[in-house]
Design a protein around this ligand. Structure first.
Ligand code: NAP
Length: 350
């Protein structure tokens, strides 16, 4: 076969305009923003209701739950299941029933238009109803050194980064379930794990606390806050202050894991949906937000329980409500169309 000659008109390529932002013309029944346990379960239920939901994933599948190493309290898994494995199974189940999952990060929404508009870095989408399941993000400590060492010794995810601390010593900051759970996980790798808590009593549940107290690799530093993450090229420890005595000391460590609570991911909805003082979306018992047709489920509207099973239940409820809303809306539109006076027949031409 002879050689093929391909000539490229480079001048045309260089002059090409940046790609136009694509706008999907189709109006979807339902878009689900976020793919943690709430969003994926909403997708499963909406799929089974034949709504062909689009789930926009954002940064990663599974949300906060996917960062949990071992989930022992999600029903149906007596031996426990990894957070990421559970998320993947939920996603498989949702897609099996017709949900479409796209890795598109939502950059804006317009909840005043009909249909609603959802912008991403790629296309923008339109939908008659929305379920918001954007979850929460780890709260930062806000001390010197924290930002500089994120990804280089400061982490918010033991499941992701614990492996790098084999036979090393690490500090965990916080006293809630996350801090204790992840401290226990870190003992698989690290030689010693020090939990620094600002009070003298944990917020974490009794079972986790007992396991941590029984684990010879874990020790506690009570009534202490961290004022700085120390190090030059790598983390070498923290500057700690005892809140009772005001004494400061340096505690050495190779890595610092921060678990000081969560903040809701609701900046996209400020001014468009009712939020409470802490920034969580306000919903009623039926997952309805302040805008008809917009529902919220999971940690983004739940500062009380924040459990995977509760988020999944809320996602199911939101999808059931969205399906009801859509069928009522369709019925009302049909009624309104039927009440319109018939158009007079067009005059014959000529
Ligand atoms: P959390 O329950 O809000 O606990 C945050 C911890 O950080 C608290 O101990 C708090 O201290 C401390 N803290 C807050 N701000 C601080 C600061 N500036 N400096 C030092 N310490 C600070 O958050 P979480 O542990 O991430 O848990 C979130 C939710 O997920 C909870 O509902 C939890 O039950 C759930 N969860 C459950 C499991 C499980 O069931 N296995 C696992 C993980 C998470 P104070 O105690 O003094 O307020």
């Amino acid at each position: 076969m002879g050689e093929m000659s391909v000539s490229l008109d480079l001048s045309r390529l260089q002059k090409a305009k940046p790609a136009e932002k694509r706008e999907e013309t189709q109006v979807r029944d339902l878009i689900i923003v976020g793919a943690g346990p709430a969003g994926l379960t909403a997708g499963l239920y909406a799929g089974r209701a034949q709504l062909h939901p689009l789930i926009l994933v954002g940064q990663s599948l599974g949300g906060q739950a996917a960062t949990t190493s071992e989930m022992e309290n999600y029903p149906g898994f007596p031996e426990g299941i990894g957070g990421m494995a559970l998320a993947q199974q939920m996603a498989d189940q949702a897609t099996r029933f017709g949900a479409e999952i796209l890795y598109e990060e939502v950059t804006g929404v317009d909840l005043s238009s009909d249909p609603f508009v959802v912008e991403t870095y790629g296309p923008s989408y339109k939908a008659k109803s929305l379920i918001i399941c954007t979850g929460t993000s780890p709260r930062k400590l806000g001390v010197p050194g924290e930002a500089r060492f994120i990804g280089h010794g400061v982490s918010f995810c033991a499941t992701c980064d614990g492996f790098f601390y084999k036979d090393k010593s690490v500090i965990v900051i916080g006293g809630g379930d996350s801090a204790v759970d992840e401290a226990l996980f870190l003992t698989r790798f690290a030689q010693e794990v020090t939990i620094i808590h600002r009070r003298d009593r944990l917020r974490a549940g009794a079972i986790l606390e007992q396991r941590a107290r029984d684990n010879p690799k874990i020790s506690f530093v009570w009534n202490t806050v961290v004022e700085e993450i120390l190090g030059e090229n790598a983390v070498r420890g923290v500057l700690a202050r005892n809140v009772k005595t005001d004494e400061t000391s340096t505690l050495e460590a190779d890595g610092v894991f921060i678990y000081v609570g969560l903040i809701p991911n609701t900046s996209l909805f400020k001014g468009q949906l009712e939020l409470n003082d802490a920034g969580y979306i306000v919903t009623d018992k039926r997952q309805r937000t302040s805008v008809p047709g917009v529902y919220a489920a999971g940690d983004v509207q739940d500062p009380w329980f924040r459990q995977t099973v509760v988020a999944a239940g809320a996602g199911a409820a939101a999808a059931i409500e969205a399906a009801r809303y859509l069928s009522e809306k369709a019925y009302e539109e049909e009624e309104a169309a039927a009440e319109q006076p018939e158009q007079p027949a067009a005059e014959p031409r000529g």
